[in-house]
Design a protein around this ligand. Structure first.
Ligand code: TRP
Length: 346
């Protein structure tokens, strides 16, 4: 069984264990602030965070700013993207009192864990990471030292706060696996400081972008949570479909049409086939109308809440200041333990 299959198989037991005693668990999760969050983030991961929090699990969210520093186009917007990510998660229902939002760059002791952790992995292991390879290829740039080692940095994100649960999609699974390896090797070499965290795969189905490919801002196929209803309508109007009047759900043969059906389905909780049948011979025009309506109706409360929160002066700054402070406290305590375990007490 490969590790993905093993993780899937483990999920029911893990979920049951968490539900039985939510207070004993801590989730570390996060994202790279490389652009505005989109519908895929909301349905794929944020909704799950809110669900876990409401069940009583502690949530820590890293806005991984040191993981985007190689991209100059993004760097000029970092502040805005970090702010937007906090707003969207608060609007989605994460409790600002109970969630620790923090950025890498404000937590030096977290970053320092990178040094001992780097000593526990080989160069060959780093080069084998399939997600790093795929991201490197997509980037069309030379592989930077940071890109090669970012999974180790991610291990520091997870281990500094001794999170035991890491909700991830399939592409991030290799990083959690490396984190587990690092935790085990650290224990073997220096003694018990870190537990071995578990990946938690989200139940959410893959959310296609408007062209049927993975939803991502860089592909221009994503419905931004910060966009208006009119911008969403315009984006969907421009989506590529085909000339066939009869609307059918066929992700392989008709990716554009099917992506719109999937999007409408996810936003209404209905089956894509059912929506296709209803549209029948209505063609792409009607399909786009239905999809636009579904998305805008679904996102209306989120957008309204987001706008309210955005209008509160100092809110995001307060949330981040508090989160950074708490993350620093935790990271410093962990770094002390690490120094102690490594004999670095002078
Ligand atoms: N690399 C993750 C992504 O691209 C973001 C991330 C950074 C993360 N640190 C993390 C996710 C720790 C989970 C745990 O989406």
């Amino acid at each position: 069984m490969d590790s993905y299959a093993a993780t899937v198989a483990r999920m029911p037991a893990l979920r049951a264990a968490v539900a039985a005693d939510p207070q004993r668990h801590r989730v570390l999760t996060g994202e790279r602030p490389t652009g505005p969050l989109h519908l895929g983030h909301l349905l794929g991961t944020i909704v799950e965070r809110v669900r876990l929090q409401r069940s009583g699990v502690e949530i820590m969210v890293v806005l991984a700013d040191y993981q985007v520093t190689t991209d100059r186009d993004v760097a000029v917007h970092l502040r805005e993207y970090v702010r937007g990510a906090v707003l969207d998660q608060l609007a989605a229902g994460l409790d600002p009192q109970a969630t620790t939002f923090f950025v890498h760059s404000a937590v030096p002791a977290l970053n320092q864990l990178l040094l001992p952790f780097l000593s526990l992995v080989s160069e060959a292991e780093l080069h084998r990471n399939p997600t790093v390879r795929a991201e490197h290829e997509l980037s069309g740039r030379a592989l930077s030292g940071l890109m090669l080692t970012y999974p180790v940095h991610q291990a520091a994100d997870i281990l500094f706060c001794k999170a035991d649960l890491v909700p991830v999609g399939k592409d991030q699974l290799p990083h959690v696996e490396l984190t587990r390896v690092i935790a085990r090797r650290f224990a073997e070499r220096y003694g018990p400081v870190f537990g071995v965290p578990e990946p938690m795969l989200t139940d959410a189905p893959d959310i296609p972008g408007l062209d049927g490919q993975k939803m991502s801002k860089s592909r221009g196929n994503a419905i931004g949570l910060d966009s208006t209803a009119d911008e969403t309508a315009a984006l969907i109007r421009r989506a590529r479909t085909d000339g066939e009047r009869r609307i059918t759900f066929d992700p392989q043969g008709r990716p554009g049409v099917s992506a719109l059906l999937s999007t409408a389905a996810l936003c209404t909780g209905r089956a894509p086939q059912e929506i296709a049948e209803e549209i029948g011979d209505g063609g792409s025009g009607l399909l786009k109308k239905v999809a636009t309506e579904a998305v805008n109706t679904f996102l209306a409360p989120h957008r309204a809440r987001r706008a309210e929160l955005a209008a509160e002066p100092g809110l995001v700054e307060d949330v981040l200041n508090r989160g950074n402070e708490r993350a620093n406290m935790i990271a410093s305590a962990t770094l002390d333990e690490v120094r102690e375990a490594m004999g670095m007490r002078y």
